[in-house]
Design a protein around this ligand. Sequence first.
Ligand SMILES: NC(=O)c1ccc[n+]([C@@H]2O[C@H](COP(=O)([O-])OP(=O)(O)OC[C@H]3O[C@@H](n4cnc5c(N)ncnc54)[C@H](O)[C@@H]3O)[C@@H](O)[C@H]2O)c1
Length: 364
Amino acid sequence: MPDILLEKECDVDGNEMSIKKSTYINVAIFGLGRIGKLHLHNLARTFRVNIKWIVDDISLHEDIRTLLQKYRLEHVTRLASLEEADTVHSDTSVEVVFVCSPSWQHESIVKKSLTTGKHVFCEKPVALTVETIESCYSLAKENNRILLCAFNRRFDPDLEVIYRKKQNGDLGKVRQLIMISRDPPIPISYIKVSGGIFHDSSIHQLDYVCYFLGERPVTVVAHGNTTSLKADDYRDCNDVDLSTIILTFPSGAIAVIESTRECLHGFDQHFEIVGSKAIAKCENTPLFASKVLLATEIIQDGCPDVFARFGKSYVAEVDHFLDVVQGKTECLVKPHECIMATELAHLCEESLRTGQVVKVPQKN
Ligand SMILES: NC(=O)c1ccc[n+]([C@@H]2O[C@H](COP(=O)([O-])OP(=O)(O)OC[C@H]3O[C@@H](n4cnc5c(N)ncnc54)[C@H](O)[C@@H]3O)[C@@H](O)[C@H]2O)c1
């Protein structure tokens, strides 16, 4: 059960008006790397949760303690090593687990959390195969727990504007979708355990175009190559550093997904829709709105990384998850959609390997 928290309410001038009782949810975060730190930052700012545990490698605990001091959580949050994870799972006051460990570790943490009665917010992908994701969702159903796959693009306010226009019919029939995602350099140690470009990077776009259209694709073709300065490293990981995927849909719509790793100029995201009534575009978001126009060139701030571009979506997805846990709304990311994204990532791998257009098995 959630614990009780005393919450202060202030008027517009910041004067304390009343103290009311509200509930907060005890959470545990597994993994405090890049994304775990971002979720910690957002969770530390909400009254809705109490961060009771952080689980990560003991060699990182000193740095984590410094972060906890920054967020004034040092007397609230306990640290557990990877070997002590069972202590956290068996803490019955923990209602929610955030899974932010490397993808290949998700399945075991998700399953342990669900069977010990916790709701789970899991970074994408929930697991690396269709079968293991299915078994995670079956377990969630058996234990009557929420399992949300954190496809944060769905919660991005800029993309949401275009999605609403499409739902209202303002774009007409959607004919073409183009999603471009270019990532700045990332350590090869991450790439090695990421699951590959389709499961780790393009999976956001595979999920988003299907969600946007509300359709299951008919065919998939994927091309890929290693052309960056770290091409040899990518080859050693049996991975590619750029890919283009083309999906066809029953409605006739065609989606093109371009994913590029190792972009030296920063994070670069574009989304375009060609509809029968309108063209809609979501351009790359610069870090600052300022531009400097010289006679010979335009100097403009680029967007450094995913966290700067999609900051609001990470806050919104956690809020949504907590609303679902508290029974206020239905989960936006459905199990079959999460499974489909990974199924499509596998079909992309098959297409890249065989050089063929692959038919997507249709379900009743
Ligand atoms: N939604 C997004 O935009 C987004 C962005 C980045 C990463 N991710 C996802 O988040 C996950 C983590 O990525 P990252 O970039 O933060 O990786 P990372 O390597 O920076 O961090 C992973 C952390 O998990 C810890 N860890 C390893 N095994 C663990 C275990 N069994 N229990 C607890 N902690 C463990 C590691 O010590 C490390 O601190 C991946 O699944 C990735 O796909 C999502």
